[in-house]
Design a protein around this ligand. Structure first.
Ligand SMILES: NC(=O)c1ccc[n+]([C@@H]2O[C@H](COP(=O)([O-])OP(=O)(O)OC[C@H]3O[C@@H](n4cnc5c(N)ncnc54)[C@H](OP(=O)(O)O)[C@@H]3O)[C@@H](O)[C@H]2O)c1
Length: 318
């Protein structure tokens, strides 16, 4: 089978496509024919070993897992003897931020990490429903959103932002969202009430105030957003901040009665993936897909995602 491999941390040029023997599932694993995966920002962190904390988790001097990939959507080929819930032919998907070695034509995955794809969803959409949505889930589940409140989403076109906008739209609130000029119609269609084009306007200079400012691309800071937060407003970012200050601010502001920072440590996949499945089945969540690539083109896909300019999700078809 063909796999995407890297043996050292690096950029897209460290990736090679190689032929490996087909994997054999252990007792508690499923052998899956991969049909689609994404190249996402978690994959980029796994590829580059950045931020530095990634190396502490993935292998200090070099990565322990050499095959890339953190998510998959595919079809079960074979099941281990202890697997109870799946059979050959089942359509399945899953995500694990520490790496699944799923950017390969076949992969073995533990049953506990595997979920059934809803019937109405194809493999590409299934793969696109995982990583960004998993992180987006934590933004709205760390806060108590009440009808009539207001939210600003910075970067509502990323994988996290485009999922978050759709999740937030289910609440009766006013949503302002930032995007590039080219994505204004997309953001409108996902439910933003007010659009701020970040190429023309600095959202932190608005005279409006919000109950929540969610910076899903980590391009701003709590300091810059404080003036546009209401008295008890909450700021959440997908990034640590330029000086890794968001973790500290989240601890120091925890007991504050005024403006707060929350650091969105992701919830368990056992909570987030069933939430996405439910919304996919109800037609309330439609993952945004940008470009698709073949496995042979995966270095180009990583290059594009590393540029920070993708819209929604980038797909690899197998
Ligand atoms: N360390 C990790 O493991 C990890 C994992 C996941 C995510 N993250 C972080 O989470 C963030 C979001 O990731 P993502 O996958 O959702 O998206 P992404 O690929 O990082 O961001 C792409 C989006 O950012 C938007 N953007 C670019 N410059 C902007 C600006 N100045 N203001 C507002 N938006 C801007 C672009 O909007 P337009 O398309 O409209 O131009 C594009 O849609 C990233 O910063 C990423 O590093 C980290």
């Amino acid at each position: 089978m063909k796999v995407a491999v890297r043996r050292q941390y690096g950029d897209q040029d460290s990736i090679t496509i190689e032929n490996f023997p087909n994997p054999i599932p252990k007792e508690d694993e499923l052998l899956i024919q991969v049909k689609a995966s994404t190249v996402n920002r978690t994959d980029c962190a796994n590829l580059t070993g950045k931020p530095f904390i990634m190396k502490l988790m993935l292998g200090y001097s070099k990565p322990r897992k050499i095959i890339l990939g953190t998510d998959f959507a595919g079809e079960v080929i074979q099941t281990g003897s202890q697997v109870k819930s799946f059979n050959p032919g089942d359509r399945v998907f899953g995500f694990f931020d520490m790496g699944l070695e799923s950017q390969a034509e076949q992969v073995c995955i533990k049953e506990e990490l595997v979920y059934s794809i809803p019937e109405n969803i194809d493999f590409a959409l299934a793969a696109a429903a995982l990583e960004g949505a998993h992180y987006a889930y934590s933004f709205i589940h760390y806060v108590a959103i009440k009808p009539g409140q207001s939210m600003l989403i910075n970067g509502a076109t990323g994988a996290i932002g485009s999922a978050l906008l759709q999740f937030a739209r289910m609440f009766d609130i006013k949503i302002a969202a930032t995007c590039n000029t080219k994505n204004i119609e997309l953001i409108k269609s996902l439910g933003a009430d007010q659009i701020i084009d970040f190429t023309k306007e600095d959202f932190t200079q608005t005279s409006e105030k919000f109950d929540f400012v969610f910076d899903t691309v980590g391009k701003s800071t709590f300091g810059a957003c404080k003036p546009i937060l209401k008295e008890k407003g909450i700021y959440i970012s997908s990034e640590l901040g330029p000086h890794s200050q968001n973790v500290l601010f989240s601890l120091t502001s925890r007991f504050s009665k005024n403006k707060k920072v929350i650091f969105p440590i992701p919830f368990s996949l056992k909570k987030t993936i069933p939430y996405m499945i439910d919304l996919l089945e109800k037609g309330k969540f439609k993952p945004v897909i940008d470009q698709s690539f073949s496995l042979d083109e995966i270095s180009a896909a990583y290059k594009y995602v590393l540029s920070g300019q993708k819209t929604g999700n980038v797909i690899i078809n197998y």
